[in-house]
Write a protein that binds this ligand. Structure first.
Ligand SMILES: [Zn+2]
Length: 292
């Protein structure tokens, strides 16, 4: 799933290639992906992409004041196409293609564009055509951006004190902090040497400062690594940069202990016992239920 660093990189990628170009057509292949009806997606035709930005994990193309906003969800991706001039209009079908955005041809006759695709059967990719990004409920309710200047250790401390939830869940909650998902919350907690089940309100000032540092450095590093990469190369880069997430059974690169996981109904978390939980493995609820 693309999180803040990947979406930031996609925004940068599109900024270089799409800004200043006119939209020729928006072809919606998966109707369920389009969450708004007025104005219609066809209203984007003829407008020029004036800027591209990110809100949490949402990507936002400002087209002369009309916004094309998308959330790629768990299995969605953006694929840049150098030339779609020979591609026939797409028809609704069963493939991964959800939405195709065609840009007007340049002097050389090349008509680039991009596809939003979604693998798998769970279709969660969402597209909104709105006059103001805040009309998108998931954007309006976003918490502060962790890379913004006002996301200070003090600001994080206030957020943590206001809640008695487990830190892993809190970091992933888009209404609390924008842009961090399952992968980077695992990474942040590993860097901060903190148990994912620690209760947020119990952190000391020193732990808040450590967590803040871990959030900012982990995300900044990931943004740096992703910078300049083509959209298609981002997934592999994300995976290679992760230290614990998705690495169950591998050795922790910091201490050499074996990375473990806790499974939930629809996700799992990974952590290093030596680095994060005083060497004690966390109870895997799914497993303990089975043993009862
Ligand atoms: Zn370790």
């Amino acid at each position: 799933m693309p999180e803040l660093p990947e979406v930031e990189s996609l925004a940068e990628f599109l900024r270089e290639r799409a800004v200043g170009r006119t939209i020729a057509a928006v072809e919606v292949v998966a109707f369920h992906a389009l969450k708004t009806f007025n104005p219609p997606a066809s209203a984007l035709g003829g407008l020029t992409v004036t800027s591209v930005s990110r809100h949490g994990k949402f990507l936002d193309l400002d087209c002369d004041g009309l916004h094309f906003v998308t959330h790629l969800a768990r299995a969605g991706w953006l694929r840049w196409r150098d030339d779609l001039s020979a591609a026939k209009p797409v028809r609704p079908g069963k493939g991964p293609l959800a939405v195709r955005v065609r840009l007007a041809p340049d002097d050389s006759g090349m008509a680039p564009g991009f596809d939003l695709t979604e693998a798998g059967t769970q279709k969660r990719l969402a597209v909104y055509v709105v006059k103001n990004p805040d009309e998108v409920p998931g954007v309006a309710s976003l918490g502060p951006d962790p890379l913004a200047a006002d996301f200070t250790p003090e600001a994080l401390g206030e957020i943590l004190r206001a809640s008695r939830t487990q830190i892993k869940g809190l970091l992933r909650d888009q209404k609390v902090i924008a842009g961090i998902g399952n992968a980077y919350s695992d990474e942040v907690l590993h860097v901060a040497k903190m148990s994912p089940f620690k209760i947020s309100a119990t952190l000391t000032d020193a732990q808040v400062a450590d967590l803040h540092e871990a959030i900012v450095t982990t995300l900044r590093d990931a943004v740096e690594r992703a910078r300049g990469l083509a959209a298609k190369d981002l997934k592999a880069e994300k995976k290679s940069g992760l230290r614990v997430h998705g690495r169950t059974g591998e050795k922790c690169e910091v201490c050499g202990d074996t990375i473990r996981e806790v499974s939930f109904a629809d996700s799992s978390l990974q952590y290093c016992p030596t680095c994060q939980t005083g060497g004690k493995p966390l109870a895997d609820r799914r497993l303990s239920k089975l043993l009862k």
